[in-house]
Ligand binder design. Structure first.
Ligand code: SF4
Ligand code: SF4
Length: 370
């Protein structure tokens, strides 16, 4: 099956703006894994140019090629011609819905609509922390709440230890990720979240998931939210922590938190307070390599996604020799933990989870000493 795509002026310009220099090859996690030219930004843009010029029909194979992108933006920040390939790819995915590649995401949209989460889970753990009114509201997101529960438990515990006055709601998926894979955000879910959030009277919404952060902060469907939105690293950066570690610690910048949201300094400000032995990986901040989880890639290509996480993890271990890898994104955490080999001694945590663990160690040390 094939179809012909319509390219508006803006898209035509973006596609022809690519000078074919190939700089984006060096930073693409998918090219790094496959070594196939078609998988990096350069290759995808050439393919779309052929489609745009009518030399190639928009087949299912072309659509599948468009799915091979985590929207990590590493090509965007390294492109000397100012092209934003992940936006071009996402637009192509929208055009190509129905060609056949997207059944998985169509089903995901239906699941999200029915169950309020991306996994189709019928039951949600009761995290407690329900107050009628509180100045802060903690929003977990699907990956943390359903796949990294132990990590979330520690994050929740940390806020208790720091005596933060917060509440939680019966949250449903922010559903922003559907727009990465060609579909539209679920307006009814956005409305439900907004209603529940506003009932609490909270003035600040704190998210643990960088993707939820972006959606709440910038998506037009959440424009009536009416409260300040902060990622948890922004919220915690000025706190004093009464704990420290001597271990060698490093940090992975999640693409959604770093390149997409520009949050690089806040997690580092926290880490520097608690870990004097902090070392940066070689590819860091704007140039950090992706963990392979984003933009539906993990759902569509789970094996490749874990292999990309494995590559990134090996790179980090080689570069730093760190004992502890920190990040602050449930998706990165989940991918790295799935990717870690038994012989690799590095421990992987979300930063907030690690902080809570340090507090726990301090308490047990005090008990032993008493
Ligand atoms: S770096 Fe930019 S201009 Fe160069 S090939 Fe990649 S997308 Fe095209
Ligand atoms: S956004 Fe990331 S995964 Fe997608 S083409 Fe660019 S570098 Fe590759």
């Amino acid at each position: 099956m094939f179809t012909q795509l319509q390219f508006d002026e803006k898209r035509r310009k973006a596609i022809t703006q690519c000078s074919r220099c190939g700089f984006c090859r060096a930073v693409c996690p998918i090219f790094d894994l496959t070594k196939r030219p078609i998988t990096n930004a350069h290759g995808k843009i050439i393919l779309l140019k052929e489609v745009m010029e009518g030399k190639l029909p928009a087949t299912e194979e072309v659509a599948k090629a468009m799915l091979r992108c985590t929207a990590c933006m590493n090509c965007t920040v390294n492109c000397p011609s100012g092209v934003d390939p992940q936006e071009i790819v996402k637009a192509a995915r929208r055009d190509m819905v129905g060609i056949g590649f997207d059944n998985l995401f169509k089903a995901m949209g239906e699941v999200v609509e029915k169950y309020g989460n991306i996994y189709g889970e019928e039951k949600r753990r009761d995290w407690g922390h329900r107050k009628e009114r509180a100045p802060y509201l903690l929003f977990l997101g699907c990956v943390g709440a359903y796949r990294e529960e132990e990590s979330v438990k520690e994050t929740v515990h940390l806020l208790d230890l720091l005596k933060v006055d917060y509440t939680m709601i019966d949250e449903v998926c922010c559903s922003g990720v559907l727009e990465d894979v060609g579909y539209k955000i679920k307006e009814d879910l956005a409305k439900r979240n907004i209603q529940e959030i506003q009932k609490t009277g909270a003035k600040t919404l704190i998210t643990t998931c960088p993707y939820c952060y972006r959606v709440f902060k910038d998506h037009p469907s959440y424009k009536d939210l009416g409260l300040e939105v902060k990622h948890i690293t922004q919220f915690l950066k000025d706190f004093d922590f009464q704990v420290k570690t001597d271990k060698k610690v490093t940090y992975h910048d999640p693409c959604d938190l770093g390149r997409h949201a520009g949050i690089y300094d806040e997690p580092r400000a926290i880490i520097r307070k608690i870990a004097p032995n902090f070392v940066e990986p070689r590819r860091t901040r704007e140039n950090a390599m992706c963990c392979g989880a984003g933009s539906g890639f993990r759902g569509a290509f789970p094996k490749e996604s874990v292999k990309i996480a494995r590559n990134r993890l090996s790179q980090i271990i080689e570069d730093t020799g760190a004992e502890i890898l920190l990040t602050e994104c449930p998706s990165c955490l989940h991918n790295f933990r799935n990717a870690k080999r038994q012989k690799q001694k590095i421990e992987i945590y979300n930063l907030t989870e690690f902080l809570a663990k340090l507090y726990g160690e301090r308490t047990s040390g005090e008990k032993e000493a008493a």
